[in-house]
Design a protein around this ligand. Structure first.
Ligand SMILES: Nc1nc2c(c(=O)[nH]1)N[C@H]1C(S)=C(S)[C@@H](COP(=O)(O)OP(=O)(O)OC[C@H]3O[C@@H](n4cnc5c(=O)[nH]c(N)nc54)[C@H](O)[C@@H]3O)O[C@H]1N2
Ligand SMILES: Nc1nc2c(c(=O)[nH]1)N[C@H]1C(S)=C(S)[C@@H](COP(=O)(O)OP(=O)(O)OC[C@H]3O[C@@H](n4cnc5c(=O)[nH]c(N)nc54)[C@H](O)[C@@H]3O)O[C@H]1N2
Ligand code: SF4
Ligand SMILES: [Mo]
Length: 689
């Protein structure tokens, strides 16, 4: 049926990634017709990637969940919301009464970060449950950053951002900004900003085992062997200290500089060169250039986070910024002043649940959550505190977490698995209940998480563009109902209950915005840029100083130095890394029809030299085998890869790369519990003839 009536243009913004690009929705007769870039947006100025406007396809996708459904065998049956919440709530109450609070676990996925209602109400629901078993995508993405920031800067939310619009030297490890728009820095038009650095005479250096789509058009490429960034960063620090290139003034304000110097000196340059594949002269030159640049900023992203030494590497990145005087300096690494107010909010929500270590592996929670890499063990290991029910919201751990097959078995053994999602994803297919969530076109919101990450900050309160389709519901409402039926008190703390219970995000907004001093405007408003000189006087550590040598992080130096020496001596095995694809988002946008330009495929990228050695051509089916699993996939020759490296994107059901990644406590990064997806040693063999 054709909609009629006037076309209304509603300003909104994209909630798929940090960039929060402005969009305009054209609405007629209660239906969205078009989703267009907002050319008048003060920050994105008409920029969007392909995924933003493609959200309209997700909004209208016939495969969307529109009603609550439950599974009997392989068949799904429709239920009313009252029956669904009634049955699930009663089951949760029974499991909790019989087995205790820890028997119920919650996993929330990446889209939560861009969904204020879900973020805040998930915290309230977890407090009500009283479970320690809270897992999320951070331990598959960036938990090393949170763990280090806790020790180095006093709180996990303190994440310095590269001041790209003013810097003279951008050192970028393990990111592909032109495809991903980066992470932990919320800004559209990443590529344009990088090009501008060069245009004003500065340098961009990309440290990566692959010359990415970004490095193909801007900056300098520095090839590094996968999973060796921590060694390079420590070696750079060593050169800086040995040649007295550090800023004496900056170092006087920092804690534990001597400990950092001693740690760096455990890395022998010739070993680092052999282990990383970066020649000594280049390591020395990079360290000198970074330290001597008028301003410089080091940054790392998932390529580094997902290695064996993510925490040490991130400490290396931020220590480089700090000891060269680039922390809290224009063109360096900035901590937006709003971040400090964000610490207050996070501490408030953090008080809702006392931190308790995991039953398996004794991991301390980082940023409130436990490592998803132990989820299968927590479900499969009998004893007190064993997980028997899992609520999975906006996530797909079956494809995003390590050890896919074990996790599948574990999920199947649960007494209750509930998935709240836009689609029945691979995890949801194993659930007892599928609950349909609203998408962000149907939901009001504001970019909260981005508040402390925007180099060019702006505020915008987006209304729901249209009412929810069919019976889709916002997660906050679902959680409030489930808690009520299960006899649980949302937010537990009475003061917070009064403040928060049943407030839709629009009503939370004035409260949160007062705390963060943000305006409440439906049109995007640009806020003043953050200036340096605030953070170093207000570091939320106990002694008010940035700690560049925290004992908890440096505890991993011996293991790293050993590995560096061993790698330097051993012949290189093939190492597997990941990569993101322009059109898809993790596991949830693979539905783009094949005939569309840029339709993505999951193929194993391999350098022609390695391919020739293995008798593999473009399109050859190969088996990729790691110590823990195998996948079969077609090969794709890629001259941009460093020889000795193969690359497979994640999030694909047919060839789930995470079958190759190990789970369980021993497979995870010790401090943060981060999963290890990069630098996995693999064997590649052609299949058939
Ligand atoms: N090997 C390897 N593994 C990786 C990575 C890698 O690079 N390599 N990357 C890791 C990273 S960085 C991340 S963030 C994780 C992601 O891990 P997850 O968050 O577990 O997985 P996603 O694939 O992002 O799944 C998100 C799900 O949320 C649904 N969804 C989208 N919007 C909404 C919403 O508004 N509400 C609800 N209820 N559901 C919604 C989507 O349909 C999708 O099913 O994967 C990690 N896994
Ligand atoms: N189009 C698109 N955009 C996305 C996403 C998506 O799925 N698709 N996902 C979003 C999410 S959840 C996140 S967290 C961000 C992540 O944003 P990024 O961190 O920029 O993610 P990638 O584009 O995967 O880039 C990681 C890079 O690390 C490199 N790499 C792999 N191993 C190593 C290593 O050992 N050392 C070094 N130095 N480099 C290594 C890879 O070659 C790759 O170029 O992107 C977000 N944006
Ligand atoms: S860059 Fe991120 S926020 Fe911008 S349109 Fe793409 S997915 Fe959306
Ligand atoms: Mo992520």
């Amino acid at each position: 049926m054709l909609a009629s009536g006037p076309v209304e243009r509603i300003r909104t913004y994209c909630r798929i990634c940090e960039a929060a690009c402005g969009l305009v929705a054209e609405v007629q007769g209660g239906q969205v017709h078009r989703l267009l870039p907002d050319t008048e947006h003060p920050v994105s100025r008409g920029f969007v990637c392909t995924k933003g406007p493609a959200m309209l396809d997700v909004h209208r996708d016939p495969a969307r969940l529109d009603h609550p459904e439950y599974r009997t065998g392989d068949t799904w049956k429709r239920a009313s919301w009252a029956d669904a919440t009634g049955a699930i709530g009663a089951r949760l109450a029974a499991i909790r009464a019989r087995h205790g609070a820890d028997a119920i676990a919650v996993y929330i996925g990446n889209p939560t970060a861009f969904n204020v209602g879900l973020s805040i109400y998930a915290a309230g629901f977890l407090a009500a449950l009283g479970t320690r078993n809270f897992f999320n995508a951070a331990s598959l993405d960036c938990q090393n950053k949170f763990a280090v920031a806790e020790h180095m800067f006093g709180h996990y939310v303190v994440q310095p951002i590269p001041d790209l619009d003013r810097t003279d030297f951008f050192l970028c490890l393990g990111s592909n900004p032109s495809v991903s728009q980066m992470s932990f820095v919320a800004m559209p038009r990443a590529l344009e900003r990088l090009k501008a650095i060069e245009e004003r005479g500065g340098r961009c250096v990309f440290v990566n085992p692959r010359r990415t789509e970004t490095a193909q058009v801007v900056g300098e490429q520095l090839f590094i062997r996968p999973d060796s960034d921590a060694f390079l960063l420590m070696a750079m620090l060593r050169v800086i200290f040995d040649e007295a290139l550090e800023s004496a003034i900056a170092c006087r304000t920092l804690a534990h500089v001597d400990e950092l110097r001693a740690a760096a000196r455990r890395f022998v340059l010739s070993d680092v060169a052999a282990a990383t594949g970066v020649p000594i002269e280049q390591i020395v030159d990079l360290a000198r250039s970074f330290a001597r640049a008028p301003s410089a900023t080091a940054y790392c992203s998932t390529g580094v986070n997902m290695g064996s030494f993510g925490s040490l590497a991130f400490l290396g990145v931020q220590a480089l910024n700090a000891v060269t005087g680039n922390l809290d300096r224009a063109g360096g690494a900035l901590v937006p002043s709003r971040t400090l107010r964000f610490v207050t909010l996070a501490r408030l929500l953090g008080r809702l649940r006392p931190p308790r270590p995991s039953r398996i592996g004794n991991f301390a929670p980082v940023a409130e959550s436990l490592p998803t890499g132990i989820l299968a063990d927590e479900i499969l290991t009998p004893g007190e505190g064993q997980i028997r029910a899992l609520l999975c919201i906006a996530g797909n751990p079956l494809l995003s977490a390590p050890g896919g097959d074990r996790l599948a078995g574990a999920l199947r053994s649960l007494e209750l698995l509930v998935s709240v999602d836009l689609f029945r994803n691979e995890t949801g297919a194993l659930a007892h209940w599928s609950l349909p969530a609203t998408d962000w076109i149907e939901r009001e919101d504001f970019p909260l998480v981005q508040t402390g990450m925007q180099p060019e900050p702006y505020a915008q309160l987006s209304p729901a563009v249209v009412a929810p389709t069919h019976e889709r519901r916002a997660e906050a409402d679902i959680l409030v109902d489930l808690a009520r039926v299960a006899g649980l008190r949302m937010f537990r703390a009475p003061g917070l209950t009064r403040l928060l219970s049943r407030l839709p995000p629009a009503k939370i907004y004035p409260w949160v915005s007062r705390l963060l001093s943000l305006p409440t405007s439906r049109d995007p408003v640009k806020l003043p840029r953050d200036e340096p000189g605030v953070f170093l006087d207000a570091v939320p550590t106990r002694d008010g100083r940035v700690d560049v040598g925290p004992a908890a992080v440096l505890a991993d130096v011996a293991r790293a130095a050993d590995r560096c020496t061993r790698d330097a001596a051993s012949p290189a095995a093939l190492r597997l890394i990941g990569r993101r694809q322009r059109r898809t988002h993790n596991s949830w946008m693979h539905n783009v029809p094949k005939e569309r330009p840029g339709h993505a495929e999951c193929r194993l990228a391999i350098h022609p030299d390695d391919a020739a050695r293995l008798g593999v051509a473009d399109g050859t089916r190969v088996r990729v085998q790691s110590a823990v699993g195998r996948v079969e996939v077609s090969a794709q020759l890629d001259t941009e890869l460093m020889p000795g490296t193969v690359s497979l994107p994640h999030g694909w059901a047919q060839s789930n790369v995470n079958l190759l990644a190990g789970d369980g406590p021993a497979a995870l990064e010790p401090l943060s519990g981060m999963a290890r997806f990069n630098g996995i040693e693999v064997d590649v063999q052609r299949l058939g003839h």
